[in-house]
Write a protein that binds this ligand. Structure first.
Ligand SMILES: [Zn+2]
Length: 135
């Protein structure tokens, strides 16, 4: 399993990686599509920077994939998501230019009004949730 390889490469982080994997598994079971470093850090009682670093290790191993959620601050709802950092600007411009306003709250948002959050999507067949293809 890929997680075992990450743990073998970073033996001192192995217990923490297990905790994080277990958190991701629980979140996916609960219907989450993206892991927020902030929430994971609170759960694991670690710093956000530390958890972010762990998630990036998992991403390098192909276990998760990051995306950027652009979040309506009024409804606290995701307006749109982009995979690539360079696409954020375009997505923000579309939100600002939308004549009908924000699709979530119908207000007009300024660019610095909406929140941008990095989240990590667990890959389908990992973490034993959609287990058909998992080995
Ligand atoms: Zn809004």
């Amino acid at each position: 399993m890929k997680l075992d390889r990450v743990k073998a490469d970073h033996p001192t982080l192995a217990p923490l990686l297990d905790e994080l994997a277990s958190y991701i598994h629980d979140s996916v079971s609960a219907g989450t599509t993206g892991i927020e470093p902030k929430l994971a850090a609170a759960k694991l009682r670690r710093s956000e920077a530390e958890v972010l670093a762990l998630l990036m290790l998992l991403e390098k191993a192909g276990l998760v994939e990051h995306r950027y959620d652009i979040v309506c601050p009024v409804q606290n709802a995701v307006i749109t998501s982009v995979k690539d950092k360079k696409d954020i600007e375009q997505a923000l411009a579309e939100i600002e230019d939308a004549e009908e306003g924000c699709p979530k709250c119908e207000q007009l948002h300024e660019l610095n009004d909406v929140r941008i959050e990095i989240v990590f999507e667990p890959k389908d067949d990992l973490f034993g949730v959609t287990s058909d293809r998992a080995a």
